[in-house]
Design a protein around this ligand. Structure first.
Ligand code: ATP
Length: 252
């Protein structure tokens, strides 16, 4: 079956002084195109690490990662940058807009790397995606002339401008008030349904999880459960058990 992201036995270790921290422990999963997938789990469980690996911002310590069924293991830094520029949009908790650029220029920015997109098409895409996120009137505003919700809308338009197969969003509503956060999620969902873009986002928040149609629950760098909505819109959760689950904490 075709997948937008596939991981096989992926581990990620960070070196912290003398100590090795295992942030991801033997992750295997495949994500189908077009899903609206939440990665949930407590702080430190590995969500951001997972998104960084999916986005080819970082490399795994071991295991294999495939984007659109193509292995990324042998790609150079430059080839990974190209892959990101064509296939992966990013949305961050802190928006990460360039403060000296207008909303339109921020949306245009990732397209400047794309030699296959003409100046004319760049303009059209900027206008189209600013319109999709409801900000056509604000195209000349700089980020500090926009509200938090509007800034995140610009970031969504920026992520979409490359027409990515996947949008990765690290806690996209964490810095927004509840109402604005809900609006941003509804907007992401609308785009998911209208354009078929795969959205993968991390969150702690049950209200955010409620918008998803797929769920991957993390705990201590491992997948604890996979979730899928059934026909009645209820979660059907498949728990993943590990051989060491029932060992007492002091077991050798
Ligand atoms: N650059 C790093 N160097 C060392 N350890 C790291 C680094 N980045 C993450 N870690 C560790 O890896 C583990 C997973 O971190 P990660 O940021 O992926 O978790 P998270 O689920 O996204 O947490 P949060 O919800 O707080 O953002 C944690 O134990 C964290 O301390």
């Amino acid at each position: 079956m075709k997948s937008v992201v596939r991981m096989e036995h992926v581990c990620k270790d960070y070196l912290l002084g003398e100590q090795t921290v295992r942030a991801l422990n033997d992750i295997t999963l495949a994500i189908e195109p077009g899903v609206f997938l939440a990665i949930s789990g407590p702080s430190g469980s590995g969500k951001t690490t997972m998104l960084n690996l999916m986005g080819c911002i970082d490399r795994p310590s071991s295991g294999s990662i495939y984007i659109n069924d193509e292995s990324v293991a042998d790609k150079s830094a430059n080839e990974l940058a190209d892959l990101r520029a064509h296939s992966i949009g990013f949305i961050f908790q802190t928006f990460n807009l360039l403060p000296v650029l207008s909303a339109a220029e921020n949306v245009e920015y990732p397209l400047l790397r794309r030699k296959d997109v003409s100046a004319e098409e760049r303009k059209q895409r900027v206008a189209y995606f600013l319109d999709i996120v409801g900000l056509a009137r604000y195209s000349n505003n700089r980020p500090n002339q926009l509200s938090g919700g509007q800034r995140q809308r610009v970031a969504i338009a920026r992520a979409l401008a490359i027409k990515p197969a996947i949008v990765l969003a690290d806690e996209p509503t964490a810095n927004l008030d509840k109402r604005t956060g809900r609006e941003i999620l509804r907007l992401m969902k609308k785009i998911n349904q209208r354009l078929g873009t795969t959205f993968i986002f991390s969150t702690h928040d049950q209200k955010v999880i409620d918008h998803a149609d797929r769920l991957v629950q993390f705990e201590d760098g491992r997948i604890r459960a996979f979730g899928i909505r059934d026909v009645d819109n209820n979660w059907r959760l498949a728990r993943v058990d590990y051989p060491d689950d029932n060992l007492p904490d002091n077991a050798e």
